[in-house]
Design a protein around this ligand. Structure first.
Ligand code: DQA
Length: 145
C-alpha cells in the first residue's frame, strides 16, 4: 500500500506564501522529493492538498484501508480541528505530523496541536525536508530500510 501525504489549508501557495517562514520550495517540488524518498523504500505515494476540513477528514478515513502510513501537514487545522483529531484516532498505522516551520517559536496559538496526541512522531522546523524525514519515519515503523 502507498504512503498518503495529506496537506491542509494554504499549502497550495507554498513557494510564494511568506517565504521567510516557509521557504521558496513549491508543493509540487515537495511532492517530487517525497516520491523519490519513498521510492528508496519501494513505496508509492498518494499526495494531496485541500483547503477544506471535510475533505481532509475524508482522506484520513480513506487512508485507513488504502494507506500503509500517513504523513500529514494539517496546517492551520492542526490548532483547532477536533474532526481531524477524531479521524486520525481511528487510524492504526504510522502517522507523522509535519510542520515546515517551528510552530513552537511562533505565535502561541500555534503551540497547541489537536493532531500530536494521535501522531507516531512530530517534525517541526526542518523546513520542507521534514516531509522526507517523515517518509523515513513511516518506513522505519513499517520495518523497511
Ligand atoms: C504549518 C504551521 C501552521 O501553524 C500554519 O497554519 C500552516 C503551516 C507549517 O507547515 O509550518 O499553515 O503547518
Amino acid at each position: 500500500l502507498p504512503i498518503h501525504v495529506l496537506n491542509g489549508p494554504n499549502l497550495n501557495t507554498l513557494g510564494t506564501r511568506r517565504p521567510e517562514v516557509y521557504g521558496h520550495t513549491t508543493l509540487a517540488d515537495v511532492e517530487t522529493n517525497v516520491r523519490a524518498r519513498a521510492q528508496t523504500y519501494g513505496l508509492e505515494v498518494v499526495f494531496e492538498q485541500t483547503n477544506w476540513e471535510g475533505q481532509l477528514v475524508d482522506w484520513i478515513q480513506r487512508a485507513r484501508t488504502e494507506a500503509c502510513g500517513i504523513v500529514i501537514n494539517p496546517a492551520a487545522l492542526t490548532h483547532y480541528s477536533v474532526a481531524v483529531h477524531d479521524a486520525l484516532e481511528m487510524c492504526e498505522m504510522p502517522v507523522v505530523e509535519v510542520h515546515i516551520s517551528n510552530v513552537h517559536r511562533r505565535e502561541s496559538f500555534r503551540h497547541t496541536s489537536f493532531v500530536s496526541p494521535q501522531a507516531t512522531a512530530v517534525i517541526a522546523g526542518a523546513g520542507v525536508l521534514g516531509y522526507e524525514l517523515a517518509v523515513d519515519v513511516v518506513a522505519r515503523n513499517l520495518g523497511l530500510g
